[in-house]
Structures are given as C-alpha cells and as structure tokens.
Design a binder for this molecule. Structure first.
Ligand code: ATP
Length: 434
C-alpha cells in the first residue's frame, strides 16, 4: 500500500532525516533542514548524479557558479518580465492560490469568491552593498541554468571543447512560491541538479530523445520502482514560446503524479538572449564546416530535494517478517545514509568489544558506519532497517576464535558468516553501481 506523506514526515523527524527549519521558534514557512541522516542521503543523491553525469562521461564539464548574478542576466533570460505565477486570493478566507492550480472559479477551501488573477514574480529580491536603492537590487537565482549559459564561452575556451558537450551544475535556488507544500516537494529554497547540453542544431532532436530516456532510466538504476515513474510529454499549450519540446519525468508521490525533473529542448534561445543583451558573441566555430553558429541546448533539470524525497518514499515499506511487523527503507546501498552497522552481541566482554571497536574504526574511514550495543539485537536490527542500513554485522564469542562475523542483509534478513577482514570489501562491492 502506498505510504502517506505524514508517515514520511514523521519518520524523517524521528530518525534525523529532515527537520522543520527554526522549529523552536515555531518554524518558518516551507523551509526544511536536513539532519544527520538526511544530509548523507541527499549528498548521496547528488554524488550519484555527479558521478554518472560528469565523471562517467567524456563530454561533460562541471561548474559551480555564484548565486548572486548581474541583474541584467535575469532581464535577458526573461525572468524579470515573465517568471511569474498567476495569483488569486479568496475574498472570504483570504487564502492564496496559484490560479492554474484552482479548478473552477470558487475557493477550493471555503467556496468563497476569488479575486481576479494577478501576476506575481517568484524571484527573491535583495540589495547588494549597504544602500537599499533600486540600483543595488540583485536577485537570489531562481534556477542554476543561467550561471551555465553565461559561462558557456569560458568553459568552451578554457577546456578546448568541441560540440557536443555539456555543463553540469548542482546548487541552491530560490523561488518565492505562492503555495509551497507537500513537505520538501515544493519549497522556497531548494537545490537543483542541472545540465545544459550544447549540440549542433541539426542534432538537437536526437540529443533530446537521448536525454529524455537517460534521465528517466537514471532513477531506475538507483532502485526506483518502474510503476512509480513515468514520462509525460508537454502539450503545445504548456510549452514556453521558445521551447521546441519538453518532457517531465514524473513520480507517483502520495499527492499524485508530479514532476521530478524536466527535460527541454531550448533551441538557441538562451545563448541568443545573452549574446544580444551583453553584446558578446556566444557563437561556436565549427572548424570542419568553417561556420559560426549558436548551438542548441538540451536541458535536463532535476531537483535534488524532490529526488531525495522520491527515493525516500519509494524505499518505504512495511512488512511482516517471522511474525514481526517491521518498517524498512529499501534504499539502494549507494544512497543509504549508513552503509553498515556494527552490533557487538556481548557488550560486557572486553575482548568482543575490542574486536567490534577495531572493525568499526577501520570501516568508518571508508564509509558511514554505525556502532550500537544499547539493546536487544531484534531492536537494533529494527532501528537500522528503519533508516535503510543495508548491512548489519554482529560480533560474538565465536568471532574471537574463528575471526568471522555474521553479516545480515536488510532486504532478505538472511545472515551469512564472513571473515572479519572481508567485511570492508563485501560492503564496498555492494555500493558500486554498474
Ligand atoms: P513546478 O511546475 O512544479 O513549479 P517547474 O516546472 O517550475 O516546477 P522547473 O523550473 O522545471 O520546475 O525546475 C526544475 C526542477 O527543479 C523541478 O523538476 C523540480 O525537481 C525542482 N523544483 C522546482 N521548483 C521547486 C520547488 N519549489 N521546490 C523544490 N524543488 C523544485
């Protein structure tokens, strides 16, 4: 049965994945803090994305652009004039909605009358320097993509790249969303994982198809259930005027199918806009055809927080094992926050504890490792299952004589004996992704 969001929120708080921001002051709307396990999980999602999209490919470069950019960037990109959502207010209960999220003309909460829609710009504004005047206005970036476009020529030249090639970036993004909600699904501060893939115009369609499939399949590689993932093509009425095509990778969240990632063929719109506004040429010189032209761009744009939430929801499972109910997060070992837990069975035996501590000290230099001797073994297993630790190692008196431990698999709960000095390689092997 599908899990509801409240169960996920409560598990996240109880076990240190995600906390409400500034909770001791009553919290602040729609911002969340990643706790000790959450930061590991989210870092693992970002690391997997970076490894697969940057290190594993020979046509990709990384970038880490600043959040604050020249305000002209956002004029050229169209964000100042049109990064808006239509906003309606209920005249009775005063609640606010995105007009495109309301069906009909009445308030979805109280049935009251709604105001006419007004356009509301989603960019956060602030001031650079000590004087709060119009000339000092800067924006917190509402997407990471523009940092890539304005560095296109820098990367091209410094790395002597030929088309096609891509630039990948992970970073914070801010949007003053009208209706944040559904936990970390829609927040006002979040992280994006974006690629701009530059390609000859005549090869753009092919590259677009390639990326749509590659990005869909990426989630499956990390264990997401195929039934919970789908691709949705945007209709013509949904496309931005410059976009030549767009697909969403959607996930079946508790509130229904929702966007996890968008993949768009943006043509040469962005480079053209920045070339015109900055007066700098951003064309590519093709030395075979001796032609200068603007490349087309394929943009796979994902959210690190949404992906993390989807992986959490997808992994959540309750089941009965040997007459006992258990909650288990079946996270892919590469994503699991803790990779292995060391559980000494006899905490009063100095020699058992010493062996366990030694293994713990060795393993934690290689991957996140837990050590726990504070309860009955059944309880300790249950705690590790609930946070998705793929392996538990127990150490007992027999270990002292045969130098072997028992290693338990989270998903099957099967246990096998393994040489002490093999534990590290055994776990490491499971973390590798083909
Ligand atoms: P929506 O229609 O849900 O507002 P969008 O189409 O505006 O989203 P994009 O601009 O395509 O979103 O952003 C790319 C990705 O960034 C999204 O697929 C999503 O994973 C993530 N993202 C966008 N807005 C938010 C948000 N408010 N909170 C968390 N993640 C977000």
């Amino acid at each position: 049965m599908a899990v509801d969001m409240d169960t996920i929120v409560s598990l996240c708080k109880r076990r240190g994945f995600i906390f409400q921001s500034s909770e001791i002051y009553g919290g602040i709307g729609s911002t969340w803090d990643y706790g000790p396990l959450g930061v590991e999980l989210k870092n693992n999602v970002k690391r997997a994305w970076w490894r697969d999209n940057v290190y594993a490919r020979d046509d990709m470069e990384g970038l880490d652009a600043a959040i604050l950019m020249h305000p002209k960037v956002w004029e050229a990109s169209g964000h100042v004039s049109s990064f808006t959502d239509p906003l309606v207010d209920c005249k009775s209960c005063k609640r606010r909605f995105r007009a495109d999220h309301v069906e009909g003309t009445r308030c979805p909460e109280c049935g009251g009358e709604l105001t006419e829609a007004r356009q509301f710009n989603l960019m956060f504004k602030t001031f650079m320097g000590p004087v709060e005047e119009d000339a000092a206005v800067v924006y917190l970036r509402p997407e990471t993509a523009q940092g890539i476009f304005v560095n296109f020529a820098n990367v091209l030249e410094s790395r002597r790249r030929k088309l096609p090639f891509g630039i990948a970036q992970i970073g914070k993004t801010f949007r003053n969303e009208i209706t944040p909600g559904n936990f970390t699904f829609r927040t006002r501060e979040f992280e994006q994982m974006e690629i701009e893939y530059f390609v000859e115009p005549q090869r753009a369609d092919e590259a677009f198809e390639y990326w749509v499939k590659a990005r869909h399949d990426w989630y499956l590689r990390y264990g997401m259930r195929p039934d919970n993932l789908r691709l949705r093509q945007h209709g013509h009425d949904e496309l931005a005027h410059y976009a030549k095509g767009c697909y969403d990778v959607e996930y079946l969240f508790p509130m229904g199918w929702s966007e996890l990632e968008g993949i768009a063929n943006r043509g040469d719109y962005d480079l053209q806009a920045h070339a015109t506004a900055s007066g700098r040429s951003l064309t590519y010189f093709d030395d075979k055809t001796r032609q200068h032209y603007l490349p087309y761009v394929i943009e796979p744009s994902a959210g690190a927080d949404r992906a993390t939430l989807a992986f959490l929801i997808d992994a959540y499972c309750t089941e009965e094992v040997r007459d006992r109910q258990r909650v288990v997060l079946r996270l892919h070992p590469a994503l699991a926050p803790i990779k292995v837990a060391i559980l000494p069975l006899l905490r009063n035996r100095a020699d058992v504890v010493e062996t366990a501590r030694k293994l713990y000290a060795d393993l934690r230099r290689h991957f996140p490792t837990d050590y726990n001797d504070t309860g009955a073994i059944g309880r300790l297993y249950a705690r590790q299952d609930e946070v998705g630790t793929p392996y538990c190692v127990t150490i007992d008196v027999q270990t002292l004589s045969d130098q072997q431990v028992t290693i338990r698999d989270r998903d099957t709960t099967e246990q096998v004996r393994l040489a002490l000095d093999q534990v590290r390689a055994y776990v490491q092997d499971k973390l590798t992704v083909d």
